[in-house]
Ligand binder design. Structure first.
Ligand code: G6P
Length: 312
């Protein structure tokens, strides 16, 4: 059976969804990828939301039924007529006719909020940066790109907090991979520093055998690359951590583990990544360009390609 492979990237506002999405599209080849942002399924425009007193994070503020239906259509390779929300004007624009490419990446706030929507994805990622980091990213983005003042962004964050807690964060439990970029202790107040990444790998999909990392003497608590067991939302998980100061040798080792059973990924690595792995980050990824980001993109790409082997 041949059908598009669907990746979900879900997380709160300014959690880094677009940066990660663009980076993965870059690795897969933009011509192979259809990008969808579920903000387009907002039910009300910005003025209406203010009048009603509802935030964009609330399920009632989104056409989740239409989103869900469109996800099912895309999964079976069918086109959709997608609404368009403009972040610039806060209003809706004419809908777009979208035919899915080989890979479809769906990013947004509430992508895993219904059972039927969750069933549409092959790989589900949840982005969970520490809250102070997310706040800093949101202030930066919304002041630079969306015309808000820092005070307005902070007030908005506060207003949205109950909905974040009630509707956004619980979706973490449905993800196959939880991605948390975080600064090192010394760079805590730096949003441009070398970020580390913590990847929670749930057994809901088969991950590459990363135990070789520990076999080689790497992976102990001092190493810049660590693999361990943990719990996430009460459930047992594997945890892979990669620090921003990991060496090319350590990073290449992880890359090889994935490439050994994935020839196509090997091609990608040879062409795009070595010897400057960190340079493949997404176009807006200036705050994240690093080995941790590049490896995260690669691990997610690995799973997309695995799904291709099964379904295409
Ligand atoms: C947040 C989310 C967006 C969402 C927006 C709506 O910023 O990250 O994805 O669409 O809220 O708010 P707006 O600023 O457009 O009124």
């Amino acid at each position: 059976m041949s059908r598009p492979i669907i990746l979900g990237i879900v997380g709160d506002s300014a959690a880094g969804k677009t940066t990660l999405t663009r980076g993965i599209a870059q690795v897969l080849g933009p011509e192979n990828v259809t990008l969808i942002c579920t903000d387009d399924y907002h039910r009300y425009d910005r003025t209406q939301r203010a009048e009603i007193g509802i935030t964009a994070l609330h399920p009632d503020c989104n056409h989740l039924d239409i989103m869900q239906q469109h996800l099912s259509l895309l999964r079976t390779g069918q086109p959709i007529l997608k609404p368009v929300y403009s972040h610039k004007t806060g209003t809706f624009e004419p809908p777009q006719y979208i035919k899915p490419n080989k890979f479809v990446i769906i990013e947004g706030l509430l992508g895993y909020s219904t059972r039927a929507a969750r069933d549409a994805y092959d790989v589900k990622v949840y982005l969970a940066p520490p809250e102070p980091v997310r706040a800093a990213w949101k202030i930066k983005r919304d002041t630079q790109k969306r015309g808000y003042t820092p005070e307005q962004v902070l007030a908005e964050l506060e207003k949205r907090e109950p909905d974040s807690e009630q509707y956004i964060r619980p979706q973490r439990q449905w993800s196959d991979i939880v991605v948390s970029f975080y600064p090192t202790k010394e760079e805590e107040n730096e949003t441009n520093g070398h970020l580390n990444v913590r990847l929670v790998l749930r057994p809901s999909i088969p991950h590459p055998d990363f135990t070789q990392i520990t076999d080689s003497g790497n992976g102990d608590s001092q190493s810049a690359v660590r693999l361990g067991l943990g719990r996430d939302m009460g459930k047992p998980v594997d945890v892979l951590e990669v620090d921003g100061h990991a060496t090319l040798e350590q990073v290449t080792k992880i890359e090889h583990i994935m490439c050994s059973d994935m020839p196509y990924l090997k091609n990608i690595c040879d062409r795009e990544i070595n010897p400057e792995l960190g340079k493949i980050a997404g176009t807006t990824g200036e705050t994240l360009q690093s080995y941790p980001l590049a490896l995260t993109q690669l691990i997610i790409t690995y799973h997309m390609l695995k799904a291709t082997q099964i379904y295409q």
